[in-house]
Design a protein. Structure first.
Lengths: 753, 234
């Protein structure tokens, strides 16, 4: 098999070219599968967890779930289960809030035990505890724990520690980052309930209908306090939002990345075969069959692309997701975090291998179709008629460098296009990554500088008396606010949102959606821009809403639209709230003073600084993605530009040798190549900025329901992206400059292409 | 006439692994200014090697190459580049024009290298290429391309023209025209022209004929009455 020997030797001679083919295939597939695998991992792990634990399809809340109601509901459910859910306080120094679930048999939303024995619904001496809480307090199986609720005290032995599908995300009353020392949940047998008659207050249901149909059936048959469907459950919806963000980054980024990789790879493959033009002629003249020749040239890149793709397919999912998961565990609790796999990974990898085979095939076939005599001569360049520039006076004034580069780009316009698109893709990735960073920073200053002007926020214990609250408020010179989750509907759309009621304070101010300050009067009802958009309402429209947990729906007219980055919903004054017939029940006190003291009616205090650092932690996983994006964008830029460098260098090696023989200085020839490279880089850079901005907007729009981003990009980061791109471009160019210096003129000129 | 070129005990060895090949073995000769020199020898004799050493494309293993009193063998990279730019005009078998540039631009390219006033059109006319100046190499015949490469070589008015089988890729009729042109350059402009060929007939037209074999000088013959190229029997 002498052709096989030839192939090996060709690869050895052009090893940088072939290494770059291997690297491109590898990096492309590696990044694509790795980033996608992270997202699929979240989706697959969570949905597997939900189905393993048989997460409820809905939760019906009432003061007591009566047997009569159950008899009705039974008719349109496949399964149901009563629970008594109650807030308790654990016997720890910080009075942590622990949600107790007294359950009948725990067939729905099952407790997932990781340590100790499985949940036993007839065991009245044990408790099954939240793993995150147990870890935070170093509790182990066998320890005792005491809960207090409604004047009752319960002491139980920890029989098991684990997770629950209803607590993948545990909403924290005090901060956006859960502090697992402050809160937790526990599952107990209904037989452990201290009173003989258990006032069951939640009915978990499973059903086959669509959630909307179920709600209709429910509304038709029974009275209840409130109902939450699975997708609205705070744990599920919060995790879904997080996934949505990852998915968007995970969609946009790998696709751009893989497109750039494909482009570069395919061009390179075509070029490699085209370079062998004369050899194809010779092989044909010697008597090789067309088929043999085509197969030979197809096999060139095949093994390398295959190896790169397979390696990427395996190592991407194995490496990249694990970079993200640690930042995810600070906010979410799942028994395991596994990278996901999707058939699309294999499809993309296969598409890469097949399409590179295909382009080699087409290139080789086209050449082998020509008659051998023709092929053995260098291909006559297709010279288009001289253009506008060449006919102008200016042309003769241009120096050789510019003229040569202009013509070279014009003649090899495919190579030029590839260079520009490649750089453009890398710049777009860089810009979108930096833009994500800028937009997050922008959001942070918006929320914590422009809107919030308090130093401390004191969270009021539920059930604290109004006079106690007022005493604290006076002592810290603060102002009370009320924050609640609401359900809001208009135009047939329904959303969960938040309600912020202010009591004559300037410690929280409002802005429009472009961060310009606006003033709301006591009679205004303002809706956040994002909610207004998703409900499709504006100023003057009527919306209907109620506080979750209360049944009183109120109707009101929107008088303002405001912009708010972190929470979406309604802002109004306490007077207006009472006007609407609702009670102003303060949930926190905000103050400019720095509060360290403990008050009986105050559950916890968080300072603005803590909130800022919580925010930073919360966006940790997104920032992780951003860094990975930047890393791969730079890597891609290096490979694309390097590859381009080799391509143009091999294509013009002979010319460079000739110019050197004629007496051109190495420095001039370096400049020649550098000019071309910089020119392509500059065009790609300029085109890449708007594309990157667009990609960033796509990603930010997927940020989820509660966040409102203003896509931003600082000049500094544009310049930084430019700096990175040009540095990569120049460094890669320097690599080729040394090739010019060491170019052996005699050898370069000896062979005719 | 003064001596332009002198080779003294020039040795060139190519090493590949532990195998050493002596392509130039103690070569001595001189060439005078304005001489029309033909170098003859079988394939592999070392003709191209000789020309490449003289043209500063390659370095000697030992010995001296003196051009205009300067020792080429001692030049560093920069000096070699300057030397090539100023003294040497190369003409190759495969022309080696810059495909991106028109005939005229290929010639005027030399302005970037040397401080000589070049009228590209005039030079092209002098090699018989009136009306072809705006064509690209790919649009010219082989003979025309070789004329452009001669025009490019002479445009910078080098001390010597080094031609490595300049007619090797041309049909014989076109080849004669090219050789004729080169002889004219030598006669009329007093340019030293050195032509490598394996066509012995050209010997009759040369002022000096150097024959080499196995990297050694076989003979050096000075022709008192060189004939005109066009009068030779091809
Ligand atoms: N770069 C090289 N490496 C090794 N050997 C070479 C090299 N260039 C030429 N040679 C050898 O030197 C000898 C002379 O070559 P050359 O000068 O090209 O011959 P020709 O007279 O045909 O022009 C040949 O035997 C050739 O194989
Ligand atoms: Mg030769």
């Amino acid at each position: 098999m002498s052709l096989f020997k030839k192939m090996l030797r060709d690869i050895k001679v052009n090893k940088t070219q072939f290494i770059s083919i291997f690297l491109m295939a590898f990096i492309g597939i590696f990044a694509f599968c790795g980033v996608c695998s992270e997202y699929y991992g979240l989706e697959q792990t969570s949905s597997e967890f939900y189905s393993d634990t048989n997460l409820a399809d809905g939760w019906i809340y009432n003061t007591t779930i009566t047997d009569g109601a159950i008899d009705e509901i039974k008719n349109f459910t496949t399964d149901y289960e009563k629970q008594m859910v109650v807030q308790s306080v654990g016997n720890f120094s910080n009075d942590p809030e622990i949600t107790l679930h007294f359950v009948e048999d725990n067939e729905i939303s099952k407790f997932y035990t990781t340590e100790g024995e499985d949940f036993n619904s007839s065991d009245d001496s044990g408790v099954w505890l939240d793993k995150r809480f147990a870890d935070a307090w170093n509790l182990t199986v066998g320890d005792n724990i005491t809960f207090k609720f409604n004047g009752l005290t319960l002491e139980k032995e920890i029989k098991g520690i684990g997770y629950s599908p209803e607590y993948v995300y545990e909403a924290s009353p005090t901060s956006i980052i859960p502090n697992f020392k402050d809160m937790g949940f526990a599952y107990l047998s209904n037989e452990s309930f201290p009173l003989s008659d258990i006032p069951y207050n939640v009915l978990l249901v499973k059903f086959n209908q669509s959630p909307d149909d179920f709600k209709d059936s429910l509304d038709d048959s029974v009275e209840y306090l409130s109902y939450t469907q699975q997708s609205d459950h705070v744990s599920v919806s919060q995790f879904n939002e997080e996934m949505a963000q990852h998915k968007m980054i995970g969609d946009v980024f790998p696709i751009v990345f893989i497109l750039v990789t494909f482009l570069t790879l395919l061009t390179t493959m075509t070029r490699i075969v085209t370079h062998q033009r004369t050899q194809i002629g010779v092989l044909k003249a010697v008597g090789y069959k067309n088929r043999t020749i085509i197969l030979h040239f197809m096999s060139y890149g095949f093994w390398l692309v295959l190896a790169g793709a397979v390696l990427g397919l395996i190592s991407g999912p194995a490496i990249i997701p694990d970079l993200f998961y640690p930042t995810m565990t600070s906010r979410y609790s799942l028994p395991e975090w596994n990278p996901g796999f999707d058939i699309s990974f294999v499809v993309v990898a296969a598409a890469m291998v097949i399409s590179s085979l295909l382009v080699s095939y087409i290139a080789a076939r086209n050449i082998s179709k020509e008659n051998p005599a023709n092929t053995m001569r260098p291909k006559a360049p297709n010279m288009s008629s001289s253009g506008f520039l060449e006919n102008s006076k200016l042309w003769t004034k241009l120096n050789f460098n510019l003229r040569w580069n202009y013509r070279d780009a014009k003649r090899n316009n495919f190579r030029a296009l590839m260079a520009i698109v490649g750089v453009m893709g890398c710049v777009a990735l860089l810009i979108s990554a930096f833009g994500m960073n800028d937009s997050m920073e922008n959001l942070k200053t918006w929320e914590y500088d422009d809107i919030s002007h308090f130093d401390s926020k004191l969270i009021i214990k539920s059930g604290a008396s109004l006079s106690d609250i007022d005493d604290v408020r006076e002592e810290v010179n603060g102002s009370t606010i009320m924050e609640q989750a609401i359900e809001i509907k208009a135009q047939g759309n329904e959303k969960t949102a938040s309600l912020l009621t202010l009591n004559n304070t300037n410690l929280i101010s409002q802005t429009d959606k472009n961060k310009n300050p606006i003033n709301l009067s006591d009679t205004d009802i303002s809706l956040s821009a994002k909610t207004a958009e998703s409900l499709n309402v504006g100023v003057g429209d009527t919306v209907e809403w109620h506080i979750i947990g209360y049944d009183d729906w109120v109707k009101c007219k929107i008088t303002n639209i405001h912009g708010e980055p972190l929470s979406q919903g309604i802002i109004l004054s306490s007077d207006k709230l009472e006007d609407l017939g609702l009670n102003f029940t303060p949930t926190s006190i905000i103050t400019t003073e720095h509060v360290d003291d403990d008050y009986d009616s105050i559950k916890s205090v968080s300072t603005l600084n803590q909130m800022v650092s919580n925010w930073n932690e919360m966006i940790g996983s997104v920032m992780m993605m951003v860094s990975i994006l930047i890393f791969f964008a730079v890597l891609l830029a290096i490979v694309v530009l390097y590859n381009l460098g080799i391509l143009s260098f091999t294509e013009i090696e002979r010319e460079v040798a000739t110019l050197k023989v004629l007496g051109f200085k190495t420095a001039d020839l370096r400049k020649l190549l550098l000019t071309q490279n910089l020119f392509f880089t500059a065009i790609g850079f300029i085109l890449g900025i708007p594309l990157g901005f667009y990609l960033m907007t796509l990603m930010l729009n997927a940020a989820g329901e509660s966040l409102y981003y203003i896509p931003s990009l600082t000049l500094g980061n544009i310049l930084l992206s430019g700096f990175i791109t040009f540095v990569v471009s120049i460094v890669v160019n320097l690599l080729f400059s040394s090739k010019i210096k060491n170019l052996n003129m005699v050898e370069a000129l000896k062979d005719v292409e | 006439m003064s001596t332009l070129i002198e080779f003294k005990d020039v040795v060139k060895e190519y090493k590949s692994g532990d195998h050493v090949l002596r392509a130039m073995d103690n070569v001595n000769f001189t060439i005078d200014e304005g001489e029309f020199v033909v170098i003859l020898g079988p394939s592999g004799a070392g003709k191209s090697t000789l020309l490449n050493l003289l043209g500063g494309l390659d370095s000697t293993t030992s010995g001296q190459i003196i051009v205009n009193g300067e020792h080429v063998e001692n030049f560093n990279d920069n000096e070699l580049t300057k030397y090539r730019a100023k003294n040497v005009g190369f003409i190759f078998q495969f022309y080696n024009l810059i495909p991106n540039l028109t005939a005229l631009e290929n010639v005027e390219l030399m302005k970037d290298i040397v401080d000589v006033n070049i009228n590209g059109e005039e030079v092209l006319n002098s090699v018989g290429l009136e009306g072809h100046s705006n064509q690209f190499p790919a649009q010219l015949s082989g003979g025309e391309q070789q004329r452009v490469s001669i025009a490019r070589a002479v445009a910078k008015q080098p001390a010597m023209l080094l031609c490595d089988e300049p007619t090797g890729a041309l049909d014989s009729k076109t080849g004669v025209l090219i050789l004729n042109l080169l002889q004219d350059m030598s006669n009329n402009k007093n340019t030293t022209v050195i032509i490598v060929t394996h066509n012995a007939i050209l010997a009759e037209a040369a002022d000096k004929v150097i024959r080499i074999k196995n990297g050694q000088i076989e003979s050096i013959v000075i022709n008192e009455n060189p004939r005109k190229v066009e009068d030779l029997e091809w």
